[in-house]
Design a protein around this ligand. Structure first.
Ligand SMILES: [Zn+2]
Length: 336
């Protein structure tokens, strides 16, 4: 069955916006999606990956190395001469809750390694996710040490495995997408802070949206090929938009007054450190690139601020309103 098309997803605007931004600039950090079960979180990530242009990868490389950028290659590819390349779809790798650390980072076979070098390394899930997406359902239930490890690797783009003096490094650049239900276990604040964007999704409560969701789902399940064919044009347009935004990104400027507004917003909200402003700037820049705009404006900041900041707020015992409401209030204060 073909993947449900990204452009056929009804509603969930904020989640779709966050995923598009991560596709344009993976360095904004992972995307956290909080909400009810059955709101299509996993569908959306698969749909996004499916519409991205296939990547060119080195044949036989377990890390999907890009033959065009040998600098970031694995020890495997860096050592050899010219290699054959092929096109393959952008991977979406699921990380199951019960996964052991070995399965995630890979295993180094010490006895074999002493004789045979890197060949004694059995790549793990991080190797498969390189240049793609790593998806963790119920990330709030994942063991802390694994979440720490994943966020470190996601930030550095390198997975390092060390066993008794032997070590192996390989590229592991991926967009981390975590989903969960906050009622079933909270993420530590210091981990929350390291996700680039956080969105809330909910089952729609208005009748027309519910009708549209059910209609789309039913049409897809009855005739997947026909449904996808009907959305092929919209899918191609979204793919083009992402590609154009990626090209445009390095040239998008962030004026001083936009940075000042970002700083005022973070001050008004009392977010810790400077990560809030950095993320706000980077995500607004990716959003501007998606819009085809030459520079970041107040409008971009306003549109991305809730997703970039709501998970960085300190608890305020005197303020019982939700984090989204607090960001909205600060936006009104700063932008009028
Ligand atoms: Zn390689």
């Amino acid at each position: 069955m073909p993947t449900f098309p990204f452009s056929a997803i009804v509603g969930q605007d904020e989640m779709r916006q966050a995923l598009l931004i991560a596709a344009v600039d993976p360095s904004v950090g992972g995307v956290l999606v909080f909400g009810d079960r059955g709101t299509g979180k996993s569908t959306a990530i698969r749909a996004l990956a499916a519409l991205l242009p296939p990547m060119t990868a080195t044949v036989g490389c377990p890390y999907n190395c890009d033959p065009a950028s040998p600098a970031g290659s694995c020890p495997h590819c860096a050592a050899g001469g010219p290699r054959k390349s092929h096109k393959k779809p952008v991977p979406v790798v699921d990380l199951p809750l019960g996964a052991t650390e070995d399965r995630v980072v890979g295993t180094l076979d010490l006895e074999r390694a002493l004789g045979a070098g890197v060949k004694a390394f059995e790549p793990g899930l991080l190797a498969r996710a390189n240049r793609g997406f790593l998806y963790i359902d119920e990330v709030n239930l994942l063991e802390d040490h694994l979440v720490d490890l994943l966020l470190d690797v996601a930030a550095s783009g390198v997975n390092t495995v060390e066993r008794e003096g032997l070590s192996l490094r390989h590229p592991a650049r991926f967009v981390l997408v975590g989903s969960g239900n906050p009622e079933e276990g909270e993420l530590r604040p210091q981990l929350l802070d390291r996700f680039g964007l956080a969105c809330e999704v909910a089952t729609p409560t208005d009748i027309p949206t519910r009708v549209a969701v059910v209609r789309a789902r039913d049409a897809y399940e009855r005739d997947p090929q026909g449904f996808c064919a009907a959305h092929a044009k919209a899918e191609a347009a979204t793919a083009k938009r992402i590609e154009a935004a990626r090209k445009r990104l390095p040239a998008v400027t962030v004026p001083d007054d936009a940075l000042e507004q970002a700083a005022r917003l973070c001050l008004a909200l009392g977010t810790d450190g400077l990560r809030g402003e950095l993320t706000l700037m980077r995500t607004a820049r990716a959003l501007a690139a998606l819009d085809g705009a030459p520079s970041v404006t107040t409008d971009h900041l306003r549109r991305i601020a809730p997703a970039a900041l709501r998970h960085r707020l300190r608890r305020n015992p005197l303020d019982e309103s939700g984090s989204t409401a607090r960001v909205d209030r600060a936006l009104a204060e700063v932008f009028g």
